[in-house]
Design a protein around this ligand. Structure first.
Ligand code: SAM
Length: 179
């Protein structure tokens, strides 16, 4: 039996991101599986999501497509400008708030959103970044940490989240914030 690869609703943003990173040299690879993010958001009934690492809006589009309100952060204004236009083209601009700046400067103001999902996709994850990001997450909320094989802090991050229900999918770690 032959299997057909599922169609990616936001393939155009993924393609634009891959073309952009070649020219810009920014290394902002789009998340590998946008539909996984949307499936997790739908299963969690997520109303609010905080994302670190917008790039051109590929993962934000998938997360917002579930009806969640997404706060997404990127330090590069070229990225957030382009994300704005991609999200508008997909009629998702009203579901996404773009924050341009350094995550550590922006996340404290987002602590009050009490997000259902916090998604890390900002290059190599560090314990400090995960700490800052998860302050925005409500108890029982889901952390999705991407890029776990980058940067060499995976073991420290797993230790940091040892008391959280978690599972390791290789590149991505899922962990539920304790009540
Ligand atoms: C891997 S890309 C994000 C890909 C995006 N989630 C997608 O699926 O298309 C990482 C992005 O995170 C941003 N970034 C990395 N570290 C950051 C930080 N400390 N604060 C804000 N933005 C950051 C980079 O500018 C880059 O655009």
């Amino acid at each position: 039996m032959t299997r057909t690869a599922p169609r990616d609703r936001f393939a155009a943003i993924k393609t634009a991101t891959l073309a952009h990173l070649e020219q810009h040299g920014c290394g902002c690879y789009p998340y590998a599986d946008g539909s996984l993010l949307a499936t997790l958001a739908a299963a969690a009934g997520a109303a609010t999501v905080v994302e670190l690492g917008t790039a051109l809006g590929y993962s934000a589009a998938w997360l917002a497509s579930t009806g969640a309100q997404v706060h997404t952060i990127d330090r590069d204004p070229v990225h957030t400008r382009q994300a704005q236009s991609h999200l508008a083209r997909h009629h998702l601009a009203d579901h996404v708030t773009l924050h341009t700046g350094e995550a550590t400067d922006i996340l404290p103001a987002l602590a009050a959103v009490s997000a259902d999902i916090a998604f890390f996709d900002g290059f190599a994850p560090t314990t400090a970044a995960i700490d800052a990001l998860t302050t925005t997450l409500r108890p029982g909320g889901l952390l999705i940490a991407g890029n776990m094989t980058l940067g060499g802090q995976a073991d420290q991050i797993r230790a940091q989240l040892a008391s959280w229900q978690h599972t390791d999918l290789g590149e991505t770690l899922l962990a539920v914030k304790p009540h």
